[in-house]
Ligand binder design. Structure first.
Ligand SMILES: Cc1cc2nc3c(=O)[nH]c(=O)nc-3n(C[C@H](O)[C@H](O)[C@H](O)COP(=O)(O)OP(=O)(O)OC[C@H]3O[C@@H](n4cnc5c(N)ncnc54)[C@H](O)[C@@H]3O)c2cc1C
Length: 475
């Protein structure tokens, strides 16, 4: 931890109370590195406000003293967006104490939450009102709704409900000059000029501090079917998605693709997980939800899978017979990221391409990488219904993972050039942070980068919010 200037310390103490300005290295250590231990930095202090007014007071102090601010929610982000840089001239602003669900309005089907509310708490509050908040991802116990907005998080239900961006009706933001914009409107129709909230969603803390939000809620599912289908190739998975859509309509809430290797890795680190339908190279985890009580979704899914079995699209399939079995199937999927972490660092790519070209992308990328890095192990899984793959590369057997990471730049070039050639995106849902800021400039057009910089300059003219994130550091 760097020395904190006395005048800054006094302003921060006055804003949030001295006990919430952390400077002791033992207390701040977990805030200045990311959860995977890939990004490390330093900070003058970690500041933990408990209200929007306190956030505004902190921002005013930092703006006046020229101190950069790195906002942080649950610190579960994948791109180092919440980690300060090595210079140590910034503060980390943790929103964790802003953890109140302010209101639930069942008739309007909305929920108002402060930025630091964990996603799982939002889900529970919605369920307590007989409704559902559909955003769902493996980090939901630790990530915060403010972080979800700031990264425009995706997760397992995008296929039906969209990204976080589509789940937000209102937002409250502290601006770079310390003013508070109260845009906490619970309106589904509001065509009064620019939709400013969308600028802050997905901005990764570079344009303002999100302090609260109004979220859309949905009817809770009353019937659910979960299945695992074994497939011989990814083209078959895409075909299965098309056929299931025809059969089940928009009741498909999850369509997750997993390679056999990624499932084996998941089981290696959690041996109690099941191994249904062994022996296929690819698997699709399917979830169907219906809001009607007693809807025969299981029977309908079974019929659709039988048709797929008969036509040879699916090699084998199992339908969960209980909530417990369904959870075990989902654990296979959700445990992959943690299993990778335990196995040692991977070269990770969170990419998207149109669903129709996923198989072609894989056919091009696999051989190109295998010839560049003999013995390379692929850990491929993702949200196939959204065209989103977590296309991760693990070290060949016998090569230390950290040694293998030296190949990151070369591997990235192969993957991202092919992504671009297939009309895709180098970041489907995790954002840019500090990890992909140089790639962004490479793959976005000059016009798009100019427009993004114009927005940044307009909203944060002195660049105090999260410098070095999204854009490379410097002017
Ligand atoms: C096991 C695991 C699984 C995951 N699965 C998914 C997945 O399926 N889909 C997905 O999209 N992501 C996934 N993630 C990534 C991560 O959980 C999401 O990006 C999440 O939205 C981050 O929330 P957070 O509160 O942890 O934000 P942080 O990591 O603290 O911050 C993320 C970014 O948002 C900014 N920020 C945070 N809070 C605020 C705020 N209030 N105002 C302004 N800026 C802010 C930070 O500065 C940073 O740039 C996963 C992560 C883990 C560990």
């Amino acid at each position: 931890m760097m020395d904190i200037r006395a005048n800054l310390r006094a302003r921060l103490d006055a804003a949030v109370g001295g006990e919430h300005v952390l400077t002791d290295p033992a207390a701040t250590a977990s805030y200045v590195s990311d959860w995977r231990g890939r990004f490390h930095g330093q900070a003058l202090a970690v500041v933990r406000p408990a209200s929007t007014d306190q956030v505004a007071a902190v921002v005013r102090a930092c703006a006046e003293l020229g101190v950069p601010i790195v906002p942080q929610g649950g610190n579960t982000g994948q791109c180092g967006g919440a980690t300060p840089d090595e210079r140590g001239d910034a503060i980390v602003l943790s929103l964790a104490r802003m953890n109140r669900v302010r209101a639930v309005d069942p008739a309007n089907a909305t929920l108002t939450a402060e930025a630091g509310v964990p996603l799982a708490t939002v889900q529970t509050a919605a369920a307590d009102a007989g409704l559902m908040f559909p955003l769902s991802l493996a980090a939901e116990g630790s990530c915060t709704i403010g972080g979800n907005l700031s990264t425009n998080a995706g997760g397992h239900a995008v296929l039906r409900f969209g990204n976080t961006r589509e789940l937000v009706l209102g937002i409250e933001v502290v601006l770079a000059d310390g003013r508070i914009w109260d845009g906490l409107r619970g309106l589904r129709k509001d065509n009064t000029g620019y939709d400013l909230k969308q600028l802050f969603i997905g901005a990764e803390g570079t344009l303002g501090i999100v302090t609260a939000t109004v979220l859309r809620l949905f009817p809770a599912p009353r019937a659910r079917a979960t299945a695992l289908a074994a497939l011989s190739d990814v083209a078959g998975a895409v075909r299965l998605l098309f056929d299931l859509r025809q059969a089940m309509g928009d009741r498909i809430t999850g369509f997750e693709l997993m390679s056999a290797q990624s499932m084996a890795l998941s089981r290696k680190h959690q041996p109690a997980l099941p191994d249904p339908c062994p022996g296929s190279p690819w698997y699709a985890l399917l979830q169907i939800d219906d809001n009607a009580v007693d809807s025969p979704v299981s029977a309908q899914l079974e019929r659709a899978l039988n048709v797929a079995l008969e036509s040879g699209i699916v090699q084998d399939a199992t339908i969960a017979q209980s909530g417990e079995q369904a959870r075990a199937l989902w654990s296979l999927r959700e445990n992959i990221a943690e299993a990778q972490r335990r196995d040692g660092p991977n070269i990770k790519h969170d990419i998207s391409v149109p669903v129709s070209v996923i198989a072609r992308f894989l056919d091009a990328a696999g051989p190109a990488l295998a010839s560049a890095f003999p013995g390379l192990r692929f850990v491929v899984f993702g949200h196939l219904g959204d065209g989103n793959l977590h296309y991760n590369l693990a070290a060949p057997e016998g090569v230390a993972p950290t040694t293998f990471l030296a190949n990151t730049a070369r591997a990235n070039r192969i993957v991202y050039d092919l992504v671009a050639a297939h009309g895709g995106s180098i970041s489907a849902e995790h954002g840019i942070g500090q990890q992909k800021r140089d790639e962004l400039v490479r793959y976005k057009s000059a016009v798009e980068i100019d427009l993004m910089r114009a927005v940044k300059t307009a909203l944060d003219p002195s660049g105090i919010f999260n410098p070095g994130k999204i854009f490379p550091p410097g002017p």
